[in-house]
Design a protein around this ligand. Structure first.
Ligand code: ADP
Ligand code: SF4
Length: 686
């Protein structure tokens, strides 16, 4: 039963000629599947419709071959051949009375057209994004006319596919109407350049074109970034951002407003908190009578209600919260707040798109797997037998495995050595900015606590003998991993000489608050968040800290979670010295000699302590002992290692591993490769 305080979230709202059944709006989000995997995308979006979202949007949808963001797999409406793939999504979404929205885009100079090999287009001559060695051509009047036609044609195709809401996109520094607005990109001297009125001409024209083309039956939304967080070099919300909304206030049927670029819009929890965009977008509703949508990693229904009641938003926009929990609206509607799987703001989901691979999520192991594995985020097959299962270790892998096996109805025993559940989460959530990560544990504990068939044994470090005495013959080992302290990692295949002469620490030591004396050097050959976040922690304690890394920047992989630049900024502002493209040559008690990885040029650093952030080893002693004995004596036993104990990786990978093991227990594995694939269709030349 829903709490009446949340009724407002379930009031219908008119968007042009359409009506959304409630206030939950899944705004456009990339998913690493896009046009090459239409069935996967449709099934993923359908899940959100089933979960109660009133509007479900596509990711960016390219309108023409001159807007080709390859290698990133986004949606496409280049010509009529692309209609059936998107119609599939519309049909799936309509089954649950949700509205389907499409974010039409021409990426202008933000794409290099690597697949189509068309020449990129821009308001003025300029290089394209991503350091690609191409330039975009300045659009002449003919090009502008063509662009307007492509957009209009794409809108008509979108209507044919079944979309209810058609976006005109001017956000994220990624779309031509936005590029025309930006002074730094638009140096034109004609009626499309110069004054703000001229620079918004194209956006205005495209809104009008789209309305004329499909406005009788579809709604037209505008997604606009009111602030680029670039100061005078970009749009500023209380200057041009406001003026633009004022000039176009009543043109679209809905405003979807945010901040730009994507790393600002999708800032991680390490750098932002829930409703972080409010200060930039709150003015919009005061200017327009049209519904306003905005995002801010909303997971709390109270915050959502507050956004509506205080007149900040009309609809609660969400990408990541809808990925972590496609059933978020349903759970609020049914008064099941404790079942909400809250987004932790880690941006592992973004890494799918950034690496052109299907979306994944730390909290929701089923996202992206709806079609290829048939996984539903809320439903799992019933148990097939009365087998009992012993899971050892209650980190992300063990907790998720216990939760999912418990949900299937199995009798599960979960043994944890510590007095507290959570494994690595307990420590990592105490690192600067990572507090929200504990939600991975909280969600699973809340679920397990409701399951009488799952028993938890705290403070229970199990040995080989204990496991045998426990006499539960299906054993899943989720005992995690530990950081090694010898420097072995990507750069060094063998232990680094001298690591045993200096005060050497691992991330585990620092997270366990072991005393450490400065100056501290961190050797980061891991390249994800750990090296950078430890430097932040130690620098905030007032220690002199440097990072040595063979990569050309610190925490290099965080480019895929959109955190990279913010991490460099934070560390530099904290006074952390960054020795990039550098390797450790030798170490003694008080010094580290480092060398440039290109030239070999050496320098000596004074330091008292060295933190080795290179790689981890599985904590698999128990697994190996059991495996040996089981092969010999206990043949009726089954033994499985999962998560970091099998192969150390991300928290998302551990959760996924636990979930997959639970799904596959007692079940046949789908097809030869374990999942279905979207095979290429051998198209004819038509
Ligand atoms: P993962 O990410 O794979 O879930 P973690 O390192 O986060 O791995 O969690 C592993 C958990 O297993 C830790 O909480 C640890 O205390 C627990 N553990 C390790 N060895 C044993 C054992 N022999 N008996 C019970 N629990 C164990
Ligand atoms: Fe949220 Fe992380 Fe899941 Fe993305 S991967 S939806 S940020 S929990």
């Amino acid at each position: 039963m829903r709490d009446s305080r949340y009724d407002i979230l379930f009031e219908p709202i008119k968007i042009g000629p359409k009506t959304a059944k409630n206030r939950f709006f899944q705004v456009p989000h990339c998913n690493g599947m896009g046009h090459p995997m239409p069935s996967s995308v449709a099934a993923m979006r359908e899940m959100k419709a089933e979960g109660g979202w009133a509007v479900i949007s596509t990711e960016e949808c390219e309108i023409h071959p001159s807007s080709d963001v390859a290698p990133y797999p986004e949606a496409r409406l280049w010509d009529d051949h692309d209609i059936p793939a998107l119609a599939k999504m519309c049909d799936a979404v309509h089954k649950y009375d949700a509205l389907a929205a499409v974010e039409l885009v021409h990426n202008g100079p933000a794409c290099a057209n690597l697949y189509s090999r068309e020449v990129p287009l821009a308001p003025s001559h300029q290089p394209v994004n991503w350091y690609a060695p191409y330039q975009a051509k300045e659009m002449d009047k003919e090009d502008i006319k063509l662009f307007r036609k492509w957009h209009k044609d794409a809108a008509l195709r979108a209507k044919k596919a079944g979309f209810d809401i058609i976006y005109v996109y001017a956000g994220h520094d990624l779309s031509l109407p936005m590029h025309f607005i930006q002074k730094r990109r638009n140096h034109r001297l004609d009626e499309y350049g110069g004054s703000l009125e001229n620079r918004i001409r194209l956006l205005k024209e495209v809104i009008v074109d789209t309305k004329e083309a499909i406005g009788d039956s579809c709604a037209v939304a505008v997604r606009f970034a009111v602030d680029e967080l670039l100061g005078n070099n970009g749009i500023v919300s209380n200057v041009e951002g406001r003026e633009i909304i004022e000039m176009l206030a009543e043109f679209p049927d809905l405003w979807d407003v945010n901040i730009s670029n994507w790393s600002n819009d999708s800032a991680t929890s390490r750098f932002s908190s829930e409703s972080f965009q409010e200060e930039y977008i709150s003015f919009v509703k005061k200017i327009t009578t049209k519904p306003v949508v905005g995002v801010g990693r909303f997971t709390s229904p109270d915050t959502m209600v507050s956004q509506l009641k205080r007149g900040i938003l009309d609809m609660i926009g969400a990408a990541r919260p809808s990925i972590a929990d496609p059933f978020l609206p349903k759970k609020i509607e049914q008064g099941r707040l404790e079942d909400i799987r809250e987004c932790i703001g880690c941006n592992i989901c973004v890494s799918g798109d950034m690496t052109s691979t299907p979306i994944r999520c730390t909290q929701n192991p089923t996202i992206g797997e709806e079609w290829r594995r048939g996984w539903h985020p809320e439903i799992i097959s019933d148990k097939k037998s009365d087998k009992e299962i012993l899971i050892i270790g209650a980190g992300p892998a063990g907790l998720e495995c216990a939760r999912a096996l418990g949900q299937r109805g199995y009798r599960v025993h979960l043994a944890e050595a510590k007095k507290e559940l959570g494994g690595r989460l307990i420590y990592e959530c105490r690192l600067p900015g990572l507090a929200e990560w504990i939600r991975v544990r909280e969600y699973r504990m809340q679920q397990i606590n409701k399951m009488p068939n799952v028993s938890i044994y705290y403070d229970s470090h199990l040995s080989y003998q204990d496991v045998i005495e426990f006499a539960v013959p299906h054993v899943i080992i989720a005992t995690g991993s530990f950081w090694r302290n010898d420097g072995v990692g990507r750069k060094h295949g063998f232990p680094i000489n001298g690591f045993n002469t200096i005060n050497i620490y691992t991330p585990d030591d620092i997270m366990n608050e072991k005393d450490i004396f400065g100056p501290v050097a961190i050797f980061d050959d891991d390249h994800y968040y750990m090296g950078g976040v430890l430097a932040e922690k130690l620098a905030k304690q007032g220690k002199e800290v440097c990072i040595i890394t063979p990569a050309t920047s610190v925490s290099a992989w965080t480019i895929h979670t959109l955190e990279h630049d913010r991490i460099q900024k934070r560390l530099l502002e904290l006074g952390v010295k960054l020795y990039t493209a550098s390797d450790i040559i030798s170490v003694d008690k008080n010094h580290i000699e480092i060398g440039c990885i290109y030239t070999g040029k050496k320098q000596k650093l004074n330091c008292k302590s060295l933190v080795s952030v290179t790689s981890r080893l599985p904590n698999n002693k128990l697994y190996n002992e059991l495996k040996l004995e089981m092969n010999n004596k206990y043949k009726e036993y089954t033994l499985t290692a999962i998560g970091d104990c099998y192969a150390p990786a991300t928290i998302a990978a551990a959760v996924y591993s636990g979930h997959k093991t639970a799904r596959e227990f007692d079940n046949d594995i789908l097809s030869n490769v374990g999942f279905y694939r979207e095979l290429p269709s051998y198209s004819t030349k038509s």
